[in-house]
Design a protein around this ligand. Structure first.
Ligand SMILES: Nc1ncnc2c1ncn2[C@@H]1O[C@H](COP(=O)(O)OP(=O)(O)OP(=O)(O)O)[C@@H](O)[C@H]1O
Ligand SMILES: [Mg+2]
Length: 397
């Protein structure tokens, strides 16, 4: 069935069409809650691009993680066919392609090693090795870092933040991620050595880890042969779409930036900053905002929710009055039931307790949203944020 775009989706599609004609293009961000039709919008936009004669190889649709990629690719497959579904890829696969094209190396010859940087740090004597040879980072009475494993995290974070391994940058990451570093200067020196060795291994021995897939092309972007393959792809692309863009890290933003040429291409990034949960892994916690600034984006909203009943969204508005959210025109009324955690075992329905999950999954098929209260010996707990009228739905018997 062909979906009719909402007025909000139509406004964004119009902005895309106008952008195609502009000599210098701005980016477009869509920051909207779960279930508001963001991914669907990307498919609608691709349809319009196709009508304008843009070919699938001129469009990159980037997703985060294989599961998101598979879901989005399926949507593209259903609405636009195989050729367009092949435009959907993870950002890692894009980085990895640039890496392999630059070095002219087949996938079979590349060794993808998650433990690559731990091995390098051990070989260089910075970390304690398997034979128990104590690493230089921890050999003194006052170690340079308390927990050696955090050094591996630091090497990952430096790459994800596109930071040079300077004392100041190490101190900044130590502050933000509590990496147990005591001597920033020594740790920065160790990081510099390990990252340089890692880069050499990637280029000369084809050994990489997952972060290297994006890091190498970015780090080498001004040097041939990487600069050549990046320039080639930059000339080819007209639109880069990014789904779930709340989960971007600085490295991904910079890699995308190297592929955008405002005279001929632009980014369309959709995401929901309320769903950004990967800061601990090195994603930016204000990724959409940074992305918006980096690509000179106009921001749009999609306030219609397509997954929930009317009363469920009324609940959301009551608890979060600042959130602009509306039911779709033909939304069922829906129902809210208040139960306790003790009732949970008897219920075979799905239970939703957090806002994001309510919006992401909607109510279950029967249209019932369960609010689960904690029950203790002295009675059930009503959370302070729950409006009175919902407390009254609780069955005291
Ligand atoms: N214009 C529309 N008319 C009717 N249904 C729509 C429309 N746009 C989207 N939908 C439906 O809304 C539901 C949610 O859409 P979609 O998955 O695109 O939302 P999303 O914002 O990407 O959600 P999430 O944040 O969970 O990824 C889907 O079932 C989709 O078919
Ligand atoms: Mg989506």
């Amino acid at each position: 069935m062909k979906l009719k775009p909402s007025t909000y989706q139509t406004a964004i599609i119009k902005a895309v069409e106008e952008n195609l004609a502009k000599p210098i293009k701005n980016g477009i961000t869509v920051n909207a809650l779960a279930g508001s039709g963001k991914s669907t919008l990307l498919v609608m936009i691709a349809n319009v691009l196709k009508r304008y004669g843009i070919r699938p190889e001129e469009v990159a649709v980037l997703a985060f993680g294989n599961k998101n990629k598979a879901d989005l690719s399926k949507k593209f497959q259903e609405k636009l066919g195989t050729e367009w579904s092949e435009s959907v890829r993870t950002i890692h696969s894009l980085g990895y392609q640039l890496y392999r094209d630059a070095l002219f190396v087949r996938h079979k010859l590349v060794k993808i090693q998650d433990w690559k940087y731990a091995r390098i740090a051990e070989r260089k004597g910075w970390m304690t090795d398997k034979n128990g040879f104590v690493g230089k980072l921890v050999e003194n009475d006052i170690p340079a870092i308390r927990d050696e494993q955090e050094f591996i995290r630091l090497l990952e974070l430096l790459r994800l933040y596109c930071y040079e391994p300077t004392t100041e940058n190490v101190a900044a990451l130590n502050g933000e991620y509590r990496l147990s570093i005591i001597n920033n200067e020594v740790v920065a020196q160790a990081a510099k050595e390990c990252l340089e060795a890692g880069e050499d291994e990637a280029i000369f021995r084809y050994i990489i880890d997952r972060v290297d897939m994006c890091y190498l092309p970015w780090k080498q972007k001004d040097n041939s042969p990487f600069s050549d393959v990046i320039a080639k792809l930059r000339r080819q692309l007209k639109v880069i779409m990014v789904d779930e863009s709340q989960d971007t890290d600085q490295l991904q933003i910079e890699l995308i930036a190297s592929l955008i040429e405002p005279g001929q291409s632009f980014i369309i990034a959709v995401g929901d900053h309320y769903q950004s949960v990967y800061h601990f892994r090195g994603c930016l916690n204000n990724g959409m905002e940074i992305l918006g600034k980096r690509f000179n984006c106009i921001n749009f909203d999609l306030p219609i929710n397509y997954r929930c009943g009317q009363v469920h969204l009324e609940l959301v508005r009551e608890i979060f009055p600042h959130i602009h959210i509306l039911a779709r025109p033909d939304a069922p009324t829906g129902e809210i039931r208040v139960i306790s955690n003790k009732d949970l075992e008897q219920e075979d329905h799905l239970i939703y307790v957090s806002l994001t999950r309510v919006l992401a999954n909607g109510s279950d098929e029967s249209g019932i949203l369960y609010l689960v209260l904690r029950e203790r010996e002295d009675g059930v707990m009503f959370p302070s944020w729950l409006p009175e009228k919902y407390c009254q739905l609780w069955n005291f018997n």
